[in-house]
Every structure is written in C-alpha cells, then in structure tokens.
Design a protein around this ligand. Structure first.
Ligand SMILES: C[S@@+](CC[C@H](N)C(=O)[O-])C[C@H]1O[C@@H](n2cnc3c(N)ncnc32)[C@H](O)[C@@H]1O
Length: 223
C-alpha cells in the first residue's frame, strides 16, 4: 500500500460504529513526532491548530499529553471531519475542540478562534497536495502565529535539492506519477517561503523512516 493512500478503513482497523477511523501511520509516527515537539509544547500555553488532521488520532493523543493547551483540529474532507469529531467525543478531553473545515488551497484560510496561535501542526500533508498548499500553510502561519510561536511540519523532505534516501526518491516518483502536482518538498524552498512570512529557517529533527520534523519560529529573524 503506498504511503500516500488515505483510504482509512481499507487498511488498519475497520471504522468504529461512531465514525472513528484508524490510520496505521499514527501508531508508528505519534511518539517520535511528540518527542520533537515536547520541549516546546510542555512549557507552552494557548491554542494549537492542526491542519489536515486526517483521522484525528494525532491531535487527540497530543491533547491528552498537553492538557494546558487548547487543541483545534481541522481538515477539508467531510469523512475525516466526522472521524475527528468522533475521536474528540470518545476522548472526553475538555481541551480538544470540534474540528473546523479548513482547505489549504484557499490562500486566505483562517482559523476560527480568537487571538493568535501558539503553534500550528501539519503532519504528512505537503507531499500529497499541490505546491500552493505549502505556500498557503506557511503564509497563514506567518499571519496567525504569535511571536515566538511555532509551525511544526512532519513528513518526507529533500535537503538542498537532494533526497535524503533512495526510498524517498522512489516515493517521490510514485507520488508524481499519481498526481503531477504532488511530490516531496525541499526544506530549502520551504525556508524561502518562511523568510517571506516572517518565520525562522527550519530547525530540523530527523525521524524514523527518513522523515523529518521541521520547526519554524515566528519572529525569529533570518540572517
Ligand atoms: C496522509 S493524510 C495525513 C493525516 C494526518 N495528518 C496523519 O498524519 O495521520 C493527509 C491529510 O491531509 C488532508 N488534506 C489534503 N489536502 C488538504 C487541503 N488542501 N486542505 C486541508 N487538508 C488537506 C487530507 O484530507 C488528509 O486528511
């Protein structure tokens, strides 16, 4: 099964009667992703928005681990929004809000809450979406993060124009064959977007299976 297929329910556990979907990648990914964010999240206060929340399992797990933060999931897919809401209800967590429909192809996307965000999180979205989704994500983070806030992005990435592993090159080719607008993005190009949006260059944490967590800080100047 290719890594970009998100037909939840056809792999992993079957859907629960209440609509909760299971993403097999969640079980592999959430622990290392949290380890890259924990130092920031543990000491933070305020609101955290996730974009492209998928099943809702990551945001639910992270809301459990950081109860002092308020977590706001989102996606653009109706079935995923139903699953996120079902996970929220199942969790009983008071600091996890109902999902919002946010489509990152909309350049003017906004978070429907009040004030600036402490953090934005986006896991495994940028390689299965057009380049303008990367542009809009980073532009929107520049607009909606508070100073010192962080944008965390997880996925496979190129560095300085080169793949970090042969398996990522093969994956990139399969993505582009599936949809010419998709593909593994380059950290250098994301840094260029970040600079224009008032964010720092990415602080990079290596992850299992040749993935990375990129952490961009708002209000930290490029040299
Ligand atoms: C591979 S899944 C990852 C889901 C989840 N973040 C995870 O890691 O388990 C990609 C998600 O991005 C969402 N997505 C794709 N394009 C999007 C867009 N333009 N705006 C918002 N979400 C989008 C999909 O609906 C899907 O839920």
């Amino acid at each position: 099964m290719p890594r970009f297929v998100v037909e939840y329910g056809s792999v992993g556990r079957p859907p629960e009667p209440d609509g909760r979907l299971d993403g097999p990648a969640f079980h592999r990914n959430h622990e290392p992703i949290w380890s890259a964010m924990a130092a920031f999240m543990d000491g933070a206060q305020g609101e955290v928005l996730e974009l492209g929340s998928g099943t809702g399992q990551h945001v639910t797990e992270f809301a459990r681990r950081a109860p002092q933060l308020t977590w706001w999931p989102s996606d653009y897919n109706a079935r995923h929004l139903d699953s996120i809401e079902a996970w929220r209800r199942h969790s009983g967590l008071a600091n996890l809000r109902s999902p919002q429909r946010i489509d990152l192809t909309d350049a003017d996307w906004t978070w429907h809450g009040s004030g600036k965000l402490t953090a934005i999180l986006c896991i495994n979205v940028l390689h299965i979406s057009p380049w303008r989704v990367s542009q809009n994500l980073i532009d929107g983070a520049g607009r909606q993060l508070r100073d010192g806030g962080r944008l965390f992005i997880y996925g496979p990435f190129k560095r300085d124009g080169a793949h970090t592993a042969p398996s990522n090159a093969t994956f990139d080719a399969s993505l582009r064959a599936e949809n010419p607008d998709w593909g593994v993005r380059d950290v250098r190009e994301l840094d260029t977007l970040a600079q224009a949006a008032g964010l720092s260059p990415a602080e990079i944490t290596t992850m299992p299976a040749n993935n990375l967590v990129l952490a961009f800080a708002r209000g930290v100047r490029h040299n």
